[in-house]
Design a protein around this ligand. Structure first.
Ligand code: CIR
Length: 256
């Protein structure tokens, strides 16, 4: 179960966030703020307290708090984001996490290792980590060493189609995994029960489990139906403006 969530209000500069999909257009900032507020309200319905960090105009992508840290029930890890424009986001996140973790339970990924939280999927005590354009083998090695003393295992997952691991796969607990594209067939996930998403709804694979409820992005009816058919309560959130800069539901919060 999760008790705490950290989010960060999008800054105006978010309209210039990194994107591989310029054809979707620039985000509408006012709309993004409304969607972000609704996201926070939805999370609160799942029984967590939500800490909202102030916007930071220096970092266009800083609302995607999932990337500069990994939060577990054992410890927190401050990452070294692979995107140069995102490296400085870690300072504010570390300060926020100090309210929840003692200093000897806060660890760091350091250069030449790079790692972004969007590449890390926690399935119980196994952490799957996408080896991506943002996360390198050295970053994965450092994470492995940090988590080992806590009895946790790290498994690297090579990526070919997506930005981050969790762009295309979400763990819904109870051995259930929501998968799109390359993740429907990856040998790493053989033992899980997969809810496979049609390619035209692949963005919906980035859904989040929060205390028994699954939050699904608005506009992905096949995803919603598959998750409901599995017996989960579903809440829907519109993330259209964040999608334009390659962000989704999981990227917008740290849950622990
Ligand atoms: C970026 O490219 O870094 C941001 N525009 C999107 C980050 C999305 N985060 C995530 O998937 N965890």
């Amino acid at each position: 179960m999760f008790q705490h969530v950290i989010v960060k209000t999008p800054c105006k500069a978010m309209i210039n966030g990194i994107t591989d999909h310029p054809e979707l257009g620039m985000p509408d900032y006012e709309k993004a703020l409304i969607q972000h507020t609704a996201y926070v309200e939805t999370l609160k319905k799942c029984g967590v307290d939500v800490t909202v960090l102030p916007p930071d105009e220096e970092y266009p992508d800083s609302c995607f708090v999932e990337d500069p840290a990994i939060v577990t029930k054992y410890c927190a890890i401050i990452t070294n984001p692979g995107a140069p424009s995102r490296k400085g986001e870690t300072t504010a996140i570390e300060a926020a996490l100090q309210a929840f973790y003692p200093s000897d339970k806060i660890f760091h990924i350091s250069a030449p290792g790079t790692l972004e939280g969007g590449d890390v999927m926690m399935c119980g005590d196994t952490f799957y980590v996408g080896e991506s354009a943002r996360t390198n083998a050295e970053g994965i090695h450092q994470l492995t060493e940090i988590l080992k003393p806590f009895g946790c295992k790290v498994e690297a997952v090579p990526l070919s189609e997506v930005l981050h691991l969790k762009t295309g796969v979400s763990y819904l607990e109870e051995n259930n995994m929501l998968t799109a594209g390359e993740f429907c067939t990856k040998p790493n996930f053989e033992s899980y029960h997969k809810l496979q998403i049609p390619q035209d709804e692949a963005y919906g694979a980035n859904s989040i489990w929060v205390n028994g409820t699954v939050i699904v992005p608005a506009g992905y009816p096949a995803v919603q139906a598959a998750v409901e058919a599995q017996g989960y309560k579903v809440l829907v959130c519109d993330t259209s403006e964040f999608r334009k800069i390659d962000g989704g539901l999981s990227c917008l919060s740290l849950r622990f």
